[in-house]
Design a protein around this ligand. Structure first.
Ligand code: UD1
Ligand code: MG
Length: 429
């Protein structure tokens, strides 16, 4: 079945108590609206997004990821509510799937399930112990859906109903064309409710769905629950593909991260957007952001900042690397390597710092093969250190070093015997 899809994202999201539009709140590194649009585009080439609240900001953010979307501005003044949201949508196909921008856990396979039925409306429902905030589904004795009553309009008896409206609907386009204009706003919120279309349909089918997958995020508490569910899903997929994780509940992985081969992630690891981990061991409490790590071990407590390529390399504790390429390198402890390129066989001693910034610009440090950088070295960029060089511990390197040399700029060590006793006075033994 060819489908058009409408994603409602125009609501004010007041329950989020935020200046940021609800649908732009992020889960696993990406806006809630991003997640659902991405899934919708997998099954439809006719995706409509309905905006109103901070519409230009939402549209601008989504344009960074997607093309070919149809944006509509809801006439919120005259037609507020979910029924008002879809008024101006003009579906290309005979069926329109309506989704909400606050359902970040919905995947294309779940969307596809609606197409197995043929009715004016296929609606979705689940049963929950605490139906707070959801519309209640009122059924007759034969379990046919009769209507949906919003919590704010429900009587005490209706509030006890535990079958709720999950908020996703598949409509026949012809049904919508005939009936959308019949909606009224005679309810507690003075809004046009999409749910009021149900009593107008000849045939309504109910699809029983999973509460967690279909959860609607209305508050920051919901947002945290949705994020945990998505994290579980992301990590489970990787573990099934052979990634080993220690205490996975303490690991955070953003939605577009790739992990391949037999990688190991220890507890507390954070993998941020745009990262790729290949056959590597990321040790406890390390952070990797927008970088590629291949055949390497990182950490514990290392920070790999954006735009690094780290291959066949050992990075130890308290090492920070930024915008650098390291191939076949050892940097075991306490270093800052920024805007650097470091080649095979090179050892970076403890406490090495690339001084890449002079307050105005950033400069490159290029280090060749088999270089031994002694501990506590400062490399003042721009700088080229050629192959087979030894830099003595404690050196401040300010000039390029030719192949095969030693660089050392230590002040001579002076020893003054007996000075301690002269200074503090001789203690009685
Ligand atoms: C809605 C349903 C409720 C269901 C719940 C499931 C209605 C009237 N109620 O309630 O039965 O149980 O979802 O999560 O539909 N929106 C607009 N324009 C508006 C108002 C809302 O585009 O004028 C969008 C919002 O941005 C949001 C979605 O529609 O993405 C749902 O709105 P929300 O306010 O979250 O509705 P609920 O109260 O959750
Ligand atoms: Mg909602």
């Amino acid at each position: 079945m060819k489908l058009s899809i409408a994603i409602m994202a125009a609501g004010l999201g007041t329950r989020m108590k935020s200046n940021k539009p609800k649908v732009l709140h992020e889960i696993s590194g990406f806006e809630m609206l991003y997640h659902i649009i991405k899934e919708a585009q997998k099954i439809s080439d006719d995706v409509h997004v309905i905006l109103y609240h901070q519409a230009s900001l939402v549209q601008e953010k989504m344009n960074r990821y997607f093309s070919g979307l149809h944006y509509h501005l809801q006439d919120h003044q005259n037609f507020p509510g979910t029924g008002g949201a879809i008024r101006n949508v003009t579906p290309k196909y005979e069926h329109l799937l309506v989704l909400s921008g606050d359902m970040p856990l919905l995947e294309s396979a779940h969307m596809q399930n609606f197409t197995h039925f043929n009715a004016d409306i296929v609606m979705s429902t689940f049963t929950c112990k605490e139906p707070l905030g959801y519309g209640r589904v009122i059924m007759d004795e034969a379990c046919n859906v009769q209507r949906i009553v919003e919590e704010k309009d429900a009587s005490v008896e209706e509030k006890k109903v535990t079958s709720v409206n999950a908020g996703v609907y598949l409509f026949k386009t012809s049904f919508l064309n005939e009936n959308l204009s019949k909606l009224t706003n005679h309810n507690a919120q003075k809004e046009y409710y999409i749910t009021d279309l149900i009593p107008l349909a000849k045939e309504v089918k109910a699809l029983f769905v999973d509460e967690e997958t279909f959860m609607g995020v209305n508050s920051k508490h919901h947002l945290s629950i949705a994020e945990e569910l998505m994290q579980e899903r992301i990590k489970r997929r990787f573990m099934e593909q052979g990634v080993l994780m220690r205490l996975p509940s303490t690991i955070y992985i953003e939605a577009d991260v790739e992990i391949v081969g037999e990688s190991i992630l220890e507890n507390g690891v954070t993998l941020l957007k745009g990262s790729r981990i290949e056959n590597s061991h990321i040790k406890a409490h390390s952070i990797v952001e927008k970088s590629v790590i291949k055949d390497s071990d990182i950490g514990p407590m290392a920070r790999i900042r954006p735009e690094c390529l780290i291959e066949k390399t050992h990075i130890g504790n308290f090492v920070e690397v930024k915008k650098s390429t390291l191939k076949g390198v050892k940097a075991g402890h306490l270093s800052y390597l920024g805007d650097a390129s470091i080649d095979e066989g090179t050892n970076i001693g403890c406490g090495t710092i690339t001084c890449n910034y002079d307050g105005k610009g950033k400069y490159q440090t290029i280090i060749g093969k088999n270089v031994f950088v002694g501990s506590d070295t400062q490399l003042v960029a721009p700088l080229i250190i050629n192959d087979d060089v030894i830099i003595a511990s404690g050196t401040t390197v300010t000039k390029d070093i030719p192949k095969g040399s030693l660089a050392i700029n230590r002040a001579p060590l002076k020893i003054v015997e007996g000075f301690f006793y002269k200074f503090f006075g001789k203690k009685d033994v």
